[in-house]
Design a binder for this molecule. Sequence first.
Ligand SMILES: CC(C)(COP(=O)(O)OP(=O)(O)OC[C@H]1O[C@@H](n2cnc3c(N)ncnc32)[C@H](O)[C@@H]1OP(=O)(O)O)[C@@H](O)C(=O)NCCC(=O)NCCSC(=O)C[C@](C)(O)C(=O)O
Ligand SMILES: [Mg+2]
Length: 357
Amino acid sequence: MRSAKDFFAPLAVGAPAPVREVPARPSRMIHFFDPSNPKMAAKVPDMVGTVDVLLGNLEDAVKAENKEAARQGLVDIARATDLGEHTQLWTRVNALDSPWALDDLTTLVTEIGDRLDVVMVPKVQGPEDIHYVDRLLAQLEAKAGVQRPILVHAILETARGVANVEAIAGASPRMQGISLGPADLAADRRMKTTRVGGGHPGYLVRQDPVDGDVEGARAVFQQDLWHYTIARMVDACAMHGVFPYYGPFGDIKDVVACEDQFRNAFLLGCVGTWTLHPVQIAIAKKVFSPSAEDVAHARRVKEAMGDGTGAVMLDGKMEDDASLKQCLVILELADRLSANDPELAELYAPSNGEAGA
Ligand SMILES: CC(C)(COP(=O)(O)OP(=O)(O)OC[C@H]1O[C@@H](n2cnc3c(N)ncnc32)[C@H](O)[C@@H]1OP(=O)(O)O)[C@@H](O)C(=O)NCCC(=O)NCCSC(=O)C[C@](C)(O)C(=O)O
Ligand SMILES: [Mg+2]
């Protein structure tokens, strides 16, 4: 076991000091692109400023024969693109047991380490995977002279990863966040689904028979297959001060269910999601930015609660110290988003809220 005192010491001589707090930069949408796909790569420069995170994907969804082209494509894009102040550059490297992971990390840190904010590691099984990446990144950062530490994001894609999620979240000060990987996780758990995220019509609860008539009409309520995993991931992340994210929603055409799934994750505590196709970007932005009404309400509660203690009635509802804390979460998020986005700043301005807001 490492001493708590060593936790914030660099893991290689000359590597930058680990961060003590994960920078709270907006990351509502982590937009995936395949750097080996010329049509997609050509769209990347115009996406700067429209997404919080651009992620060059090297793992699944990139053909085996294109792995090296994708790696080099990401290096070229990172060098040629001005990412401005508000768009981060992330990558998803290949799995640690694949033939490509070592070269992915070595090439990317050496060539574009100063431009990369976060490395997403797929199929993380336990803290030992994070420890391996942690040390390797430190060695590579030291060698390449990278001045600020590259952060690490784990994907929960195995039953063992879910069982170890608390240990993964706390494995290193580099840990930035965790995402759900519903397709690989479903396969690993032997779930009987064939989709990439989202619900399933067979996973439901049925209303009791009316007057004992089992043949009669009864309402059915589809349930959320991912509730347990997301809730557990959110707790693990909150416990360790890192950020939870939903993940992919593969039914690109079903923008309605996509919005629902994103919103479930937002309400449960996730700060963002992945976008696989341009059509999902506006959905993620809408869902993961609080509504003007919620911000105005939060502001009213804050004003009504004065020093933050006690209980008051507002619109027929009791507000107290704990509901105020929820409102402060919304206000803090609104402030952070407004700082980067004049449209949201205008939307959240007190003059735009209800009277007295
Ligand atoms: C779904 C696909 C095949 C539909 O691709 P398409 O070409 O059929 O779509 P389209 O509607 O015809 O595309 C329109 C235009 O948008 C472009 N385009 C399309 N997508 C993008 C994009 N992402 N970024 C930028 N541009 C994009 C596309 O190239 C085209 O350009 P054009 O007008 O010049 O012809 C395509 O969108 C795609 O490949 N997206 C990324 C998929 C991906 O990254 N998958 C991996 C993450 S999910 C995962 O790995 C699971 C997980 C976590 O591991 C686990 O649960 O286990
Ligand atoms: Mg996967």
